[in-house]
Design a protein around this ligand. Structure first.
Ligand SMILES: Cc1cc2nc3c(=O)[nH]c(=O)nc-3n(C[C@H](O)[C@H](O)[C@H](O)COP(=O)(O)O)c2cc1C
Length: 306
């Protein structure tokens, strides 16, 4: 077997596959289940300081090309997060990335400080969710100044916990935003959050299918966009990246690594292939490495010939 281990922001992962935020990562038992199924690490859903209600049903539709979701980032608040993280840490066998969110820039510091006390390996800052625009306006990831202000605020409050920022593809120049966030002290990035939002219409009723009307696009359709963004951001900032977006099989994950990702986020593929996707993809990646005589998977990071 090839050596699949990678180091991301100083944290060791036994393999590069991590559960993406918002997909299964709700309770300690679901985190353990994902790790037992072969993931190298897990990301929590976005955690709010206080309870946050999501959108009404239906919140999701999917076909073989994409998923459209308008879950609306529901969460029970910090007390629930404390319980679940403590439970996970009792028999922790792989790194956990805590994803945080807030509606106002000023609130990111407080949630970051509270979450840092729970000893996550990494904090991922979600400034890029397209589904809560109705409540809070344009995501902070759409502005260089807003994005870097949030990053600076979080970095001040979390001590030595590495901070990565989750970027939005829904901007004109993601590289400009990434550079500003890097200057604000980010230790790395997660690229990308969902695309859009998109709209799907039910032909018979002629109404939008989702109650929220629009939802973020994920799954296979967004993979080439994610690959291009990971490539550009890694070249421009030299910071480590969790490459996320449409990765469904081992070859997709390897492509993401060649583009510049150190870790690979897997979200919608859990819907297509079940939680077993992590074990299956690890095997697919290993097989490719053996056939192509690659002994250490980390040697593939950023190896695309340009
Ligand atoms: C149902 C669903 C819920 C999600 N919730 C979150 C979330 O709470 N926080 C976040 O940062 N991203 C969230 N995302 C975005 C994913 O983490 C990921 O960035 C995106 O779906 C692209 O990856 P994929 O194509 O592998 O799903 C969610 C995605 C889906 C499909």
């Amino acid at each position: 077997m090839a050596d699949l281990s990678v180091t991301f922001c100083g944290v060791e992962f036994r393999n590069p596959l991590v559960l993406a935020s918002g997909v299964l990562g709700i309770t300690a038992s679901s985190f353990h289940h994902v790790i037992e199924s072969g993931a190298g690490g897990v990301t929590t859903k976005s955690l709010w300081l206080t309870e946050h209600k999501g959108h009404p049903n239906p919140v999701m539709i999917a076909n073989e090309h994409y998923m459209l979701n308008a879950v609306g980032v529901p969460d029970a608040g910090i007390e629930k997060a404390k319980m679940e993280m403590a439970e996970y840490n009792k028999r922790k066998r792989a790194p956990i990335i805590a994803n945080i969110i807030a509606g106002r820039k000023a609130d990111y510091g407080e949630i970051a400080e509270e979450i840092a006390k729970l000893h996550p390996d990494i904090i991922e800052v979600n400034i890029s969710c397209p589904n809560v625009e109705d409540e809070f306006g344009k995501p902070f990831a759409c502005s260089r100044d807003d994005a870097s202000e949030v990053c600076r605020e979080v970095k001040k409050r979390v001590g030595r916990v590495p901070v990565i920022v989750k970027l939005s593809p829904n901007v004109t120049s993601i590289v400009e935003i990434a550079k500003a966030v890097a200057n604000a002290g980010a230790d790395g990035f997660c690229c990308i959050n969902t695309v859009g939002p998109g709209l799907a219409i039910d032909l018979e009723s002629r109404e939008p299918i989702l109650a929220n009307r629009v939802g973020g696009i994920s799954g296979p359709a967004i993979k080439p966009l994610a690959i291009r963004i990971v490539h550009e951001v890694s070249r421009a900032t030299k910071l480590p990246i969790i490459g996320t977006g449409g990765v469904t099989n081992g070859r997709d994950a390897l492509e993401m690594m060649m583009a510049g990702a150190t870790l690979v986020g897997v979200g919608t593929a859990v819907y297509y292939r079940g939680v077993e996707v992590f074990g299956l993809m690890t095997k697919e990646m290993d097989e490719w490495c053996r056939v192509n005589k690659v002994k250490k998977m980390r040697d593939l990071i950023g190896s695309m010939h340009s």
